[in-house]
Design a protein around this ligand. Structure first.
Ligand code: GLU
Length: 498
């Protein structure tokens, strides 16, 4: 594949989220790709908050965007909290710049004031709909005398400023992934660049800021491609150099529709809560729509920084593969150095285990079961229920019907006797270690003439209280001889009493 030639301009790329809701996977994937490209090229990654649509801003989302990025290990060289030479990095604090650009466009004849009221515009749209025409601004103030417009504005009359789109010819957007994409100018109406409240629209604000911040590549979702000819026109009208355009394809649900919650897509901080590892989500999102070759899926972050290139992004939408994400998380859990994993487990368990288990948790205990459970987990959220029995002196013996299945169906007395035999065989085991425990348990099964698996199922329930647990003999070693024996005896007594 060709590379995204950084060209003459130093690489400065940005993530420009609007604080209209919690960050979803599409936005975060854009952040990851853009960040990787900045790190790959030794460029700068800039965070800019686009809050000019005050009606859509949602309280608290800026913090959640920042927290989500931090959780994923994405840092920014310039941004609202860290500052930088091109600040401020919040659009609502840059109003004067947009007003100045709008004034320049007015002065050069590329823009005009429009005094049409909301009511008037609604009637215009209704009339268009009645004629089955697409709704669009009809240019009613395009040729309005400038001196009259200025007088009305000076008198304080509410109005917007619109960009005067050429009515003929085409506008071509040169996109890194798609090549030259041309749009008929006559299809595009005179759009608003400055609203009546003095705030710019995205169209103007993005051009002004990406220029002022010397952004070399505008990386954004393909939903912006239809607006891109407008942006190209504003760049040209202001005499600004265009950035490299990179409109990346969307993520779809597995059914080919828009990705949504029902496909398992979540907000980033929900993934954190569910127990995904940030590196796994990072890796997964990177490869959802980007590939190095036709087989490599697991990449360290260092490797991604080395090989990632915007030019290799897919041109087609990619499907969100929840199963792959879970698999990937399991891979990261298994490959993580043990010490790190113990620490992650400890933090997770401090949060997840029931409050009656004393804190701080026993670190040595966590170290002892970490190798037993790491192979079995896909999500950290599964950890608590899987290991709770290690932290308890007594686990309630499950009801008889949990024991009396398969081989033991309706044979409570046999099950009780079998557990009694196990206790007898375990008694001489010394040292209390996995190997000796296993030998004793197999000998007990031989003596009882039952399949080892059938016997172990009883013991597993007695020891862990559940049917699914970490490996049995290793777990018994961690639980210890005294408690293991007590739990088996308790189960034998309960089954014998029935
Ligand atoms: N503020 C826009 C959004 O959140 C960003 C588009 C862009 O990256 O330019 O959709």
């Amino acid at each position: 594949m060709t590379t995204a030639d950084p060209g003459a301009r130093p690489v400065r790329v940005r993530l420009a989220p609007s604080p209209t809701g919690d960050p979803h996977v599409g936005m975060i994937r854009q952040a990851i790709w853009t960040w990787l490209y900045a790190r790959h090229t030794d460029g700068k990654f800039i965070l800019r908050i686009e809050d000019t649509d005050q009606t859509r801003s949602v309280e608290g989302t800026v913090d959640r965007i920042l927290d989500s990025l931090r959780w994923l290990g994405i840092d920014w060289d310039e941004g609202p909290d860290v500052g930088g030479d091109y600040g401020p990095y919040v659009q609502s604090e840059r109003k004067a710049l947009y007003q100045e650009a709008a004034n320049r466009l007015l002065a050069s004849g590329h823009a005009y004031r429009c005094f049409a009221t909301a009511e008037e515009l609604r009637e215009m749209r209704e009339a268009q709909q009645a004629k089955k025409l697409p709704p669009r601004y009809d240019g009613r103030f395009r040729d309005y005398p400038v001196d009259q417009a200025e007088a009305r504005a000076a008198a304080g009359e509410s109005h917007v400023i619109r960009f005067k789109m050429p009515q003929e010819g085409t506008t071509t957007v040169t996109d890194l992934l798609r090549g030259e994409v041309s749009f008929e100018n006559k299809e595009l109406d005179d759009f608003v660049i400055l609203k009546s409240d003095g705030f710019p629209t995205y169209h103007l604000a993005h051009v002004v800021d990406d220029t002022a911040m010397e952004i070399s590549h505008v990386t954004r979702g393909e939903e912006w491609l239809p607006s891109a000819p407008r942006h190209v026109q504003i760049f040209n009208a202001l005499g600004y150099e265009q950035p490299v355009w990179v409109h990346s394809p969307v993520i779809l649900g597995p059914d080919g529709g828009k990705l949504s919650k029902r496909h398992g897509a979540k907000f980033v901080l929900e993934y954190a809560d569910d127990g995904y590892l940030p590196d796994a989500l990072f890796n997964f999102l990177t490869i959802t729509g980007w590939a190095l070759d036709d087989h490599t899926e697991v990449f360290s972050r260092e490797r991604l920084i080395e090989v990632f290139d915007l030019a290799d992004l897919s041109k087609n939408p990619s499907g969100f593969d929840q199963t792959k994400l879970e698999w990937m998380n399991g891979v990261y859990l298994r490959e993580m150095p043990e010490e790190e994993l113990v620490d992650i487990f400890r933090q997770r368990l401090e949060r997840d285990l029931p409050a009656d288990i004393a804190r701080p948790l026993d670190e040595a205990l966590i170290e002892s079961f970490t190798p037993l459970v790491r192979e079995r987990l896909k999500l950290l959220a599964e950890l608590g229920p899987l290991v709770e029995f290690f932290f308890r002196d007594t686990v309630p013996t499950p009801p008889n019907e949990d024991f009396l299945v398969k081989k033991w169906k309706e044979r409570a007395a046999d099950a009780s006797a079998a557990l009694g035999t196990v206790v007898k065989f375990l008694e001489p085991v010394d040292p209390w270690a996995t190997e000796g425990i296993e030998t004793a348990m197999r000998a007990a099964a031989d003596e009882l003439e039952v399949r080892a698996g059938d016997l172990f199922a009883l013991v597993r329930l007695a020891i862990t209280g559940t049917r699914i647990s970490p490996p049995l003999f290793e777990s018994m070693e961690v639980v210890g001889k005294g408690l293991s024996t007590e739990r088996i005896e308790a189960a034998a007594a309960q089954l014998g009493a029935s």
